[in-house]
Design a protein around this ligand. Structure first.
Ligand code: NAD
Length: 367
C-alpha cells in the first residue's frame, strides 16, 4: 500500500456510562420529533420507560429475535408509516440495530420488501433517520452501513449507504447485563472485525490504528468479563464496549474477509450465533494470514506475536464452552461449506488467496 487512502466516518457518536440519559438531547440535535423504537424482548420494559420519558418516541416495536427476519423489519417499517415517524431508533444487539436500519431504509418506499431485500429495486433515496444504541459489545453495527437480515434460511449481508446511522449512543451500562457466554461470542465477533479490517486487502492507516487498539483492549478485558459475568467488573465491560465500537470502525471501510465469509455458510448449516460462527475459524485464519504486518499488530497490542494471539482465541473459546469442532456442530458437509465460503464476496478481501481446496483443507483441521 502507498500513502494514499480515503477515510470517512459520518456517524456522530456519544460514548460513556449513563450516556443513554442523553438520548433526548441526541434526538433534539437531529430535530427528531417522531420516532419508532425497535428492540428485542430483553429491552421491552426499558423501552416502555423510555417512551414515557421521551415525547419524541411515538411507538415501540419490541419483537426483534436473534438472526432477525425480514418480516420483523417490515412490521417496524409499517409502524413507522402508521405513526408518521421520521426516525427509527434501534436499541439492542446487532439483531435489533440491523432491523432498525432495514426498516428505516424501506419505510418510505412502495416496492415489495422482498424486492429491496434481493436487490431487485434500489432502496428509496430518502430513508428515515437511524439512531443506534448497542446493548451488546460486539457487532459495531452502530457505525457501519451494513444490515444483516434473514428471510427464512437465507441470510443476507447488505451493504448500502442508506443504512448508515446518523447517531450512535454507546452506553457500557447497557452491555453490563449480557450473560458471560454471549459476551464472549460478541467479544470475539468484535475481535474478528478488528483483525479482518486490519488484514483486509482494503485496509488503510486510520482503520489500522483502531484495529490495534481494539485487539489490545479485547485481549486484555474479555477474559475479565467472562470471569466476572454480568453486572460485575464495569471497567472491563466498558473497555469491551469501547473495543466493539473500535472494531466496527476498523472494518467499516476495509470490510471483513475470510473468517466472515466462512461464518455465513456455517450459520446457515448449523444455526449458531454470528459471534460463535466467526470465532469458529478466527484462530485458524490468524495462523493462515500470519505475516510481518500481523506480527506487528500483535506486538503493538501487547502480545508476543500471532502464535500467542491464536492460542489466546482458542483458549477463551474453550473456557467459555464455545464449540471448536465441526463434529460438535452437527453433520458437516465440508466440500459444501468450503465451496460456499469460497464464492462469498468477502473472501476476495483476504490477504492469502483461499480457494475451495484451501478452505476444505482448513475445515478438515476443524473436523
Ligand atoms: P443479538 O442482537 O442477536 O443478541 C443476542 C442475544 O442477546 C439476544 O437474545 C438478545 O436479546 C440478548 N441481549 C442483547 N443485549 C442484551 C443485554 N444487554 N442483556 C441481556 N441480553 C441481551 O446478538 P449480536 O451478536 O449483538 O448481533 C448479532 C447480529 O448482528 C447477527 O445477525 C449478525 O449477523 C449481525 N451483525 C451485524 C453487523 C453490522 O455491521 N450490521 C456486524 C456484525 C454482526
Amino acid at each position: 500500500m502507498g500513502n494514499d487512502f480515503f477515510y470517512a466516518q459520518p456517524v456522530k457518536t456519544w460514548f460513556g456510562e449513563s450516556c443513554l440519559d442523553r438520548l433526548g438531547e441526541v434526538l433534539a440535535a437531529f430535530q427528531i420529533e417522531r420516532a419508532v423504537l425497535v428492540c428485542g424482548r430483553h429491552f421491552a420494559a426499558a423501552a416502555a420507560a423510555l417512551q414515557e420519558k421521551l415525547p419524541a418516541v411515538k411507538a415501540v416495536f419490541s419483537a426483534v429475535e436473534p438472526d432477525p427476519q425480514l418480516s420483523g423489519a417490515v412490521r417496524a417499517a409499517e409502524l413507522a408509516r402508521e405513526t408518521g415517524a421520521d426516525t427509527i431508533i434501534g436499541i439492542g444487539g446487532g439483531s435489533a440495530l440491523d432491523t432498525a436500519k432495514f426498516a428505516a431504509a424501506i419505510a418510505p418506499g412502495d416496492a415489495e420488501p422482498l424486492a429491496y431485500y434481493r436487490g431487485e429495486v434500489p432502496f428509496p433515496t430518502n430513508p428515515l433517520k437511524i439512531v443506534c444504541v448497542p446493548t451488546t459489545a460486539g457487532t459495531g453495527s452502530e457505525v457501519t452501513q451494513v444490515s444483516v437480515i434473514s428471510n427464512g434460511n437465507e441470510k443476507r449481508t447488505i451493504n448500502n449507504p442508506v443504512f448508515m446511522p446518523k447517531a450512535a449512543v454507546v452506553d457500557p451500562l447497557l452491555s453490563f447485563s449480557v450473560p458471560a457466554g454471549t459476551a464472549v461470542c460478541t467479544g470475539l465477533d468484535a475481535l474478528a472485525h478488528a483483525l479482518e479490517g486490519y488484514w483486509s486487502k482494503n485496509h488503510q492507516p486510520i482503520s489500522d490504528l483502531m484495529a490495534v487498539e481494539a485487539v489490545r483492549l479485547i485481549t486484555q478485558n474479555l477474559e475479565k468479563v467472562r470471569l466476572a459475568g454480568p453486572n460485575a467488573d464495569l471497567p472491563a465491560h466498558s473497555a469491551m464496549a469501547y473495543a466493539a465500537l473500535l472494531g466496527g470502525l476498523s472494518f467499516a471501510l476495509p470490510k471483513t474477509a475470510a473468517c466472515h465469509a466462512c461464518s455465513y455458510p456455517i450459520c446457515e448449516a448449523f444455526h449458531i450465533s454470528h459471534g460463535e460462527a466467526c470465532a469458529f475459524t478466527l484462530d485458524s485464519f490468524v495462523r493462515i494470514n500470519a505475516d510481518e504486518r500481523l506480527e506487528e499488530l500483535c506486538r503493538r497490542a501487547g502480545l508476543s506475536g500471532t502464535e500467542e494471539l491464536a492460542a489466546w482465541i482458542a483458549n477463551i473459546k474453550k473456557k467459555a464452552g464455545l464449540r471448536t469442532r465441526l463434529s460438535e456442530l452437527g453433520e458437516a458437509d465440508i466440500p459444501a461449506l468450503a465451496a460456499a465460503a469460497a464464492v462469498h464476496p468477502l473472501m476476495q478481501n483476504n490477504p492469502v488467496p483461499m480457494d475451495a481446496a484451501a478452505l476444505e483443507k482448513m475445515f478438515e483441521t476443524l473436523r
